[in-house]
Design a protein around this ligand. Structure first.
Ligand code: ZN
Length: 375
């Protein structure tokens, strides 16, 4: 048996692997940080033998609740990621699996590689509507990439979509992929209609360093980017610094920041009700967008989610709050599950890339309902 993780977004530490039924692993912390939860590794072994893989020390992971009723994903071809039987005892996740091929990959959620990220940018630039824009460099020297979609013109709205501030939340970039596929489809009437009214600024990956390094939550230096929006710096959070600078240049009329939630088995949004400038206009926009998304898809719901901030008590270092406050605009955090949407469970795949992409398309439907009201 051989276990390896020296590849894009790989993360695992082998404690011992003496027999197929006794594989003991742990997850490495994000660099210069205490966070850990993302794992991604390859097992080279004998097919058709049952394996017991234990991932240990999870009581101290970033979100221990994330392991309750959670099923890991596995893949033979690195394209199709299916769920495998997993049990959590409060500290250990035990994956029971009999591989059908000698090489199998396991991960916390279907990975979205840096190469796929570059493929997405390369594909998108071929649309007449899309211009790639270089924002700056990350701490590891990767590109911070923005896609500008649509022709800027007087009276057009600026709609920003960012994903994967938390790099382990790969579902966020899967959603953006679906969103872009619809927005750049020349035959799609909704896309045309929206592009008449708005310019879209899309950052498919806010944290390419953390993504490639196999981090859960932070950039190369262990900084949680979603707490940097009040005072981003070139030294600690260039990713946020560059995006915010561009936002200040072109404006923001709507902001959607896409994430994944480790514990809750639902899709939901978190709004700006705790912001000091929150008002009836913003409340109306939030509720119209939410209603439209509820109508567009049963994958979205508004019963379960985060506790709402009390008036004036929002955390203004968080992207959606900071931008909603600074630009007095509709601003939402969109959360998807690592587990499944338990209202529409899928025993084979759980919440999956294909469902993320569909939700990305449906988000466009909801944007239709508010675009004329944004200012
Ligand atoms: Zn997140």
């Amino acid at each position: 048996m051989r276990i390896s993780s020296n590849f894009d977004s790989g993360n695992i530490q082998v404690i011992s692997a003496t027999s197929p039924q006794d594989i003991q692993l742990s997850i490495c912390k994000d660099n210069q940080s205490e966070f850990y939860q993302w794992f991604h590794f390859k097992l080279d072994t004998t097919a058709f033998v049952s394996h017991g893989i234990t991932i240990k020390n999870l009581a101290k992971s970033a979100y221990p609740d994330g392991w309750q009723n959670y099923q890991a994903v596995a893949s033979y071809d690195r394209q199709e990621w299916f769920r495998v039987e997993s049990e959590f005892d409060g500290d250990n996740l035990v994956i029971q699996h009999t591989p059908e091929f000698p090489q199998v990959y396991y991960a916390y959620f279907a990975p979205y590689s840096y190469e796929r990220h570059l493929d997405l940018l390369a594909w998108a630039q071929q649309s007449e509507q899309c211009k790639p824009y270089h924002l700056g460099e990350t701490l590891d020297g990767r590109d911070m990439s923005l896609l500008i979609i649509g022709e800027p013109a007087e009276g057009k709205k600026s709609i920003w979509v960012t994903a994967r501030q938390h790099p382990g939340e790969t579902m966020a970039e899967w959603l953006v992929e679906g969103f872009l596929h619809r927005l750049l489809d020349e035959d799609d009437g909704l896309a045309k209609w929206l592009l008449d009214k708005a310019v879209f600024y899309v950052v498919p990956n806010m944290n390419p360093d953390g993504s490639a390094r196999g981090h859960l939550r932070t950039n190369a230096k262990g900084v949680n980017l979603n707490r940097e929006w009040q005072t981003p710096s070139i030294e600690n959070s260039p990713e946020v610094y560059f995006v915010k600078q561009k936002m200040q240049e072109v404006g923001v009329d709507m902001f959607l920041d896409v994430h994944g939630d480790e514990a809750l088995p639902y899709n939901f949004v978190a709004g700006c009700e705790g912001n000091p400038n929150y008002n009836e206009r913003l409340q109306g926009l939030e509720s119209s967008f939410k209603q439209a998304l509820l109508t567009a898809t049963p994958e979205f719901q508004d019963t379960y989610g985060y506790e709402k901030d009390k008036p004036g008590e929002s955390n203004l270092t968080v992207a959606a709050n900071a931008i909603g406050h600074e630009f007095d605009c509709l601003s939402y955090t969109l959360e998807m599950p690592f587990k499944d949407n338990i209202e529409l469970p899928d025993a084979v795949y759980g919440w999956s890339p294909i469902r993320c992409k569909q939700l990305g398309e449906d988000v466009m439907v909801a944007m239709r309902s508010i675009v004329d009201m944004l200012r």
